[in-house]
Design a protein around this ligand. Sequence first.
Ligand SMILES: Nc1ncnc2c1ncn2[C@@H]1O[C@H](COP(=O)(O)OP(=O)(O)OP(=O)(O)O)[C@@H](O)[C@H]1O
Length: 566
Amino acid sequence: MCDVDGIFVDLPEDTPSVVNKSSLHQYQSSLPSESNLSSLTLLNEVFQDNKQSLCNNFDQIIKSVPFDADNSHVSSWTSSLNKFADPISLLEESLGICEKCSSDQITPIGLHKFQRGKCTCPLDITENTKSANRESKQDSKGLSCFVKTLHSDSSNDESKSSEDQRHLFKPKFGRPRHLAKTNQPTTSKCTPIYQDVDLEKEDEIKAHKSNVAKVTFKTAKEQLLASNPAAKRTLGASRKAQAKFVSPMIGAQEKQETAEPEITDERLKHIDPKMIELIESEIIDRGTPIDWDDIAGLEMAKSVIQEAVVWPLLRPDIFTGLRRPPKGILLFGPPGTGKTLIGKCVAAQCNATFFSISASSLTSKWIGDGEKMVRALFAVARCHQPAVIFIDEIDSLLTQRNDTEHEATRRIKTEFLVQFDGAATGEEDRLLIVGATNRPQELDEAARRRLVKRLYIPLPDLNAREQIITNLLKSETNELTPQHIAEVASLTDGYSGADMRSLCAEAAMGPVRAVPLAQIISIQRDKVRPVNVQDFKNALQRVRPSVSQDDLGQYVQWNKTYGQGF
Ligand SMILES: Nc1ncnc2c1ncn2[C@@H]1O[C@H](COP(=O)(O)OP(=O)(O)OP(=O)(O)O)[C@@H](O)[C@H]1O
């Protein structure tokens, strides 16, 4: 039995253990507005876990709390607690977690924080509780609406005497857990303090908790859906084969939608806009235009191409009937001999759009979409006439059939041949397909038939190598005389054009390597010495030819059989 301000409250010996850490919040906020009885009962609730140890001192604690709504109650209360061996940890044990705010996510609240009367959780419970208290005070029923008879049933609350009501209390924030616990049978003579729980308050708490959870924590899926509702279609939903892909990346949908290019050309209406955009951005080559003089040697190949391809593209009115140009040419030969350069040069000379694509990327990069890509490529090229479609490694597309050929590859190949034939028969189309390969022997008969002009692009001869060195040295200060260049050219028999480029790049490093390490950062550009013949001789030790004689023999042989014959 405790005596607080003349109010006697039954404190059952063995009050059921109800751990209600949020009660401390309620207790604190109740002090300014609630009766002593409410506060006392709340305080009792706070300490229920520690009831045994508190039992003897409970009266003192209760008495020490000034229920006069001033701010000294917390300090008085803690000073009372000081009578215990370890009062702070005792209290913190009870307080450990802000239950109301943090039942789903643990937010420890230290005693010091609580003493300042401020819950630190995202929704300030103390503030909320205070405002709830203010509201409840305005309620005409006042405290009586919270009070229920300790031992009686809830139906006759209103008829209870004020004396009874001293023993009644219904917490503002009843918790389902309370109800469950109070209903537990006890072997002792303990009397449950709370027999009823305000269901409305329970709902309020549930809503509060879920609000806190929403404010403070979202699963990755929830975050994604909040920022990109369209992603719902890709998360857990089954996607049909024709369904449009919706990126699950945050913000990707907006990007996709804003990036949708507007199709103005009727010929592209049936083509996937994304593919059109891809072709426009990645496959159309808008690099520096190449001139015939940029290509060293290869005089015969250049003149054939000029006559067979460039002029007809420039003057389609003259080149009709028997003079009608081939729609496809094949450039074959060792790697790095200028096949791509020639393709670019043709496009530049004809003022044509240059489309450059690697056949192997059709079968690997656009898995499943290679067929559509081929269709889109030809469609876009028709919109950009005159156009040159350069297909590198064409052997990997128009390869001889074999048992291991993949179904997807076969379909791409079929589509390519269909498109090629369409371009070839379209009188108005000014499209040229240039195929390049290092393995002409792997091309099948269908490819050979369509690529009418098959030009061998050999390794550069002596003159061509001289020309390559001269061209590349134009951008470097050097001391090489024509004799030096001729000397280097004679030492590079068997080098491809690409090998020659590597050799010159290596030689150009000679003067830089000659600069003392300490000066490399500070030295002025014009203080670096010019490239000399010795740099080339040193470079020759490091850069070796990349094409073997055996390979060369095969090209020569294939050229004799299927090539143009020069
Ligand atoms: N005849 C040449 N004249 C000038 N430079 C050349 C010549 N051949 C090759 N090169 C140099 O080599 C580089 C690679 O040439 P290119 O890409 O045209 O060779 P490629 O035959 O298409 O090679 P790959 O078969 O490996 O695709 C060019 O950028 C150029 O610097």
